[in-house]
Design a protein around this ligand. Structure first.
Ligand code: CUA
Length: 315
């Protein structure tokens, strides 16, 4: 993923700002190096023929050169400052009609997201993977339940902090389909580096299909093993932390697992969501992501396999 490959209006402006700063800095560096080389060569030439060093230029000429360089430097810095402020304002002024509103909450070390639009019955919560429709403005309300985090999805927007006891807003829009990786950009503890958020931008039709699917409660078990897995999950400690809509599990500490099998990664982008990785995660979460609040439960193997079979049906 190239962070300079903008996929939204604000990222586009930030990329322009980045290139302006880059090329101005390159030009300034080149000029300074040329001036330095010129001075060195001039000094050496006189060294070689053992003539006395040239008279220093008259103080007035040196004064003019230094003054001009100072003025040019100041003008360049002011121009960069103005460009930066104008870009920052344009980026934060972005909004639009009929936005999709999502409350994104930072946790040590994962993200929850609640889709707030529509009737209360149409709202739902997911974790670590947002879907958004292409071409529609998205209004993210950013909160945190513990420490300061920062959301950064380089292809769509700059960084915005999630501050305890307040709600920050971030508007973004994806102009093309794709999967855009986001990352927590504020050091927030041991697993700060494993706090990724995927944003899947898709066509409005595909988004609608996904949304309807996510609104559904968990499907009923269809065979004995899956049924056993659900019973084991609901009878065990899992329910203290996880919600699975359509069951009695209503914990709020960890990610909502109602459609966990529909997500591409586990543990906020730490591992791919495959049956093997999922069983490794349940069996030894502390080994996969030390410090995570997911405990190592020491489930009997047959129980683990049954729970795994059930979780795999939660699409
Ligand atoms: Cu959350 Cu760094």
């Amino acid at each position: 993923m190239n962070v300079l490959d903008a996929a939204g209006p604000q990222a586009g402006k930030l990329v322009v700002l980045w290139w302006v700063m880059f090329w101005v800095s390159v030009a300034v560096l080149a000029l300074v190096l040329i001036a330095l080389a010129f001075a060195v060569v001039r000094g050496r030439r006189h060294d070689g023929d053992r003539r006395p060093a040239p008279e220093p230029p008259p103080a007035r000429r040196a004064g003019v050169v230094i003054g001009a360089a100072t003025v040019v430097t100041t003008l360049i810095l002011i121009a960069l400052l103005v460009t930066s402020v104008v870009t920052g304002r344009a980026v934060s002024a972005f909004s639009g009609p009929d936005p999709l509103t999502i409350t994104v909450t930072g946790h040590q070390w994962w993200w929850s997201a609640r889709y707030d639009d529509g009737e209360p019955s149409e709202r739902f919560e997911i974790a670590n993977e947002l879907h958004v429709p292409v071409g529609r403005p998205v209004r993210l309300k950013l909160q945190t339940v513990d420490v300061i985090h920062s959301l950064w999805v380089p292809n769509l927007h700059g960084k915005r902090d999630l501050i305890p006891a307040r709600t920050n807003e971030l508007w973004l829009q994806a102009d093309r389909e794709g999967v855009f990786n986001g990352q927590c950009a504020e050091y927030c503890g041991l697993q700060h580096a494993h706090m990724a958020l995927r944003i899947v931008a898709e066509s409005p039709q595909a988004f609608d299909t996904w949304r309807r699917q996510q609104m559904q409660p968990a499907p009923e078990p269809t065979d004995a093993l899956v049924q056993r897995g659900r019973d084991a999950f609901l009878a065990g400690p899992c329910v203290l932390c996880h919600t699975v809509r359509g069951t009695t599990a209503g914990g709020r500490v960890g990610p909502d697992l109602t459609h966990v099998a529909s997500r591409a990664t586990l543990a906020a982008g730490t591992i791919p969501n495959t049956p093997g990785h999922l069983s490794g995660w349940i069996a030894d979460a502390q080994g996969v992501k030390p410090g995570t609040r997911m405990p190592t439960l020491g489930l009997p193997p047959d129980e683990l396999l049954a729970i795994l079979a059930w979780l795999e049906t939660l699409r």
